[in-house]
Design a protein around this ligand. Structure first.
Ligand code: ADP
Ligand code: ADP
Length: 229
């Protein structure tokens, strides 16, 4: 059994009288420590996959296994714990608390954790030691995303899930953020899943899962993934 498995996962949203099939039977597996890019056009089903993997949404049918646990069979309480302890989330628009400093944003996230990492060390690790007492409004976009990554990592999660993490950044800043995510995967053995509509990110993934119309259109394992420089 792989570290993560999606087996025959379907998701149907009921909107009034209409059923929208967001996922039409999705199968893939991810190994521990893999750097995974999930790519596809807008509306393909990427966010639905990420939300189901992260316990923020549930599937209609199918199996989701993460580190031996059946996520699809969890009750509300178990899903809350799963999101809280096992998953780190990084969003396109950072979602930082504006009236807390960088360091305080990271601290806040660790307060409800079982095994948080040292907050100062985590802030250092993302290269923000000189910026830790700044508020989000005093940081560039790339720096705010580093805070968001530190906040996710400080929880010491099993899995880091990133929703268009470079979508709001210019090319060079985005590249630096990607490098941080790839380095985190390499040096800490962190399993990282990134969803993006930007096909330029595909060569960097250990595994690339392409999604189209709620289905997997291809799964590629890169023997020599490009290292972000
Ligand atoms: P992507 O992330 O690739 O842009 P999504 O997973 O957001 O795609 O959406 C997949 C499909 O499911 C789209 O047709 C979208 O309109 C639909 N969808 C997503 N979320 C909802 C929702 N909460 N209610 C109804 N339809 C939804
Ligand atoms: P980027 O190209 O990464 O978005 P910016 O041009 O926004 O970078 O910012 C460049 C530098 O100036 C960054 O190190 C950032 O921390 C700093 N900076 C930007 N806005 C402020 C601010 N309001 N107060 C203090 N420092 C700032």
């Amino acid at each position: 059994m792989s570290y993560i498995e999606f087996k025959g996962v379907k998701k149907i949203y009921h909107v009034g009288e209409v059923d929208i099939e967001a996922l039409a039977g999705v199968d893939f597996s991810i190994d521990k420590g893999e750097f995974v890019i999930v790519a596809g056009a807008s509306g393909a089903g990427k966010s639905t996959i990420l939300n189901i993997l992260g316990g923020m949404d549930t599937c209609s049918t199918g199996e989701i296994i993460v580190d031996g646990a059946r996520v699809d069979q969890m009750n509300e309480k178990q899903l809350t714990d799963y999101r809280r302890y096992d998953i780190g989330f990084v969003f396109q628009f950072y979602n930082l608390v504006q009236n807390l400093t960088a360091l305080e944003n990271v601290e806040l996230a660790t307060q409800i954790c079982k095994n948080p990492l040292d907050v100062n060390l985590t802030v250092e690790q993302v290269g923000l030691q000189d910026r830790k007492n700044n508020f989000p409004s005093q940081l560039s976009g790339g720096e705010q995303q580093r805070v968001a990554i530190a906040r996710a990592l400080a929880k010491n999660p099993k899995l880091l899930l990133c929703d268009e993490p470079t979508g709001a950044l210019d090319y060079n800043t985005g590249k630096q953020v990607l490098k941080l995510l790839q380095d985190t995967c390499r040096t800490q053995g962190m399993t990282v899943v990134i969803i993006t509509h930007n096909l330029a990110l595909c060569p960097m993934g250990d595994k690339v899962i392409k999604v189209k119309n709620g289905k997997i259109s291809s799964i590629t394992v890169n023997e020599n993934p490009v290292n972000v420089e």
